[in-house]
Design a protein around this ligand. Structure first.
Ligand code: FE2
Length: 85
């Protein structure tokens, strides 16, 4: 996991947010890769499997965003404000 400062200086809540953010980054990459692959595959059965897998990664990403909102008040406020638009 990426750290910008000495790891032992960080409190546990920062470590936890780091793990959530890193996990979210991985889920978003997976969504993008599956989306690209789904559009180039010719076999219809494989296309459906890849699309299903892509959409499951979206659920995983949403779960992580929900956790980040719960554990970062500023993140939650920003989502709230942008949900209103
Ligand atoms: Fe996932």
């Amino acid at each position: 996991m990426a750290y910008d400062v000495p790891v032992d200086k960080l409190p546990q809540d920062v470590h936890d947010r780091n793990k959530a953010i890193e996990s979210l980054r991985e889920e978003l990459n997976a969504i993008d890769f599956y989306d690209q692959r789904m559009h180039v595959v010719v076999d219809e059965e494989l296309k459906k499997i890849i699309a299903h897998n892509r959409d499951e990664e979206k659920e995983h990403a949403a779960m992580l965003i929900k956790w980040l909102r719960k554990n970062d008040p500023v993140f939650d406020k920003e989502f709230d404000e942008h949900d209103q638009v």
